[in-house]
Write a protein that binds this ligand. Structure first.
Ligand SMILES: Nc1ncnc2c1ncn2[C@@H]1O[C@H](COP(=O)(O)OP(=O)(O)OP(=O)(O)O)[C@@H](O)[C@H]1O
Ligand SMILES: [Mg+2]
Length: 265
């Protein structure tokens, strides 16, 4: 089987390439001694993943290069508004690339068991407020409500649990027509702490509730109009499992989906 480096995305930034290649090989668990019966399926997955990864890397990179080239060539003649627009496009696309690379590396670290939770005591309300603060600028007229059930002190890796909550909030904003209405519940049930994030979007199509937690899975075709790699929910699941918990989803009777992250701590 070909090592991924021999067909790697040419446009990835040089310093991130070796790390990304290693991460992708880890994802596919490439090893020299592999049962021949698995080879074909691995090869298919390999191609599928490379195609998805190359597309996701190349699209923002092409935008960044395009915007910066125009800026460089025409900066003397462009008015300040257009110059700003070009820089803003480059910056937004660079953020997108950053999220994508971070997701791939996070997933690989989680898969390899290299992420060991660094637990500290934290109030769930503080953790959730912090996550909301980070995405407030993306709400665009939407709202977030929190339903607290008192102070809940947990013993968790706050960075990892925050990351999971941020993925859920990101999805609520991405997959709901604006203005989004997000509701967050948190508390303890059956000795497990939980954080549930619900939205007023279209919900998850019937019988596809499990599938969305698999890597690189995106549902409706229209999803592709929204940037994403299909890794957010699998990262959430890996983080929940690291805390001996889980993540599930259910559609709400009034519409929209509710994702519930449970964890020990
Ligand atoms: N709140 C939601 N409402 C409706 N569909 C959702 C919601 N959250 C996730 N999905 C569906 O589940 C799929 C997988 O979500 P996931 O977060 O894993 O990946 P993504 O958002 O496509 O990409 P990213 O890696 O950037 O998070 C989405 O593409 C979408 O089809
Ligand atoms: Mg997502």
């Amino acid at each position: 089987m070909k090592n991924i480096s021999s067909v790697c995305v040419k446009k990835a930034p040089h310093d991130t390439q070796p790390v990304l290649i290693k991460a992708m090989n880890t994802e596919l668990k490439v090893s020299p001694a592999m049962h021949p019966a698995w080879e074909e399926e691995r090869e298919r997955l390999h191609r599928q993943m490379l195609s998805s990864v190359s597309h996701d890397l190349k699209t923002p990179l092409a935008s960044i290069i395009g915007s910066l080239e125009i800026y460089q060539r025409m900066k003397a003649t462009l008015d300040p508004e257009k110059r700003n627009m070009l820089m803003e496009t480059a910056l937004q696309e660079a953020y997108r690339l950053d999220v994508f690379v971070t997701n791939i590396l996070d997933m690989a670290r989680l898969d390899e068991g290299r992420m060991v939770p660094q637990r500290t005591h934290i109030q769930l309300k503080h953790l959730i407020d912090d996550c909301i603060g980070k995405m407030a600028s993306r709400l665009q007229g939407g709202s977030v409500s929190i339903q607290p059930s008192g102070d809940i002190d947990v013993w968790v890796d706050a960075g990892l649990i925050s990351r999971a909550v941020q993925h859920l909030l990101d999805n609520a904003v991405k997959y709901c027509p604006p203005p989004v209405e997000i509701a967050i519940r948190y508390g303890r049930e059956n000795e497990m702490a939980f954080i549930a994030v619900s939205d007023n979007g279209l919900g998850i199509p019937p019988h596809r509730e499990d599938e969305i937690f698999n890597k690189y899975t995106r549902l409706a075709k229209t999803d592709y109009q929204v940037a994403g790699t299909g890794l957010g929910l699998s990262i959430c699941r890996a983080i929940a499992r690291l805390h001996d918990g889980n993540i599930t989803v259910a559609n709400r009777p009034q519409g929209g989906a509710e994702f519930t992250l449970t964890f020990q701590g």
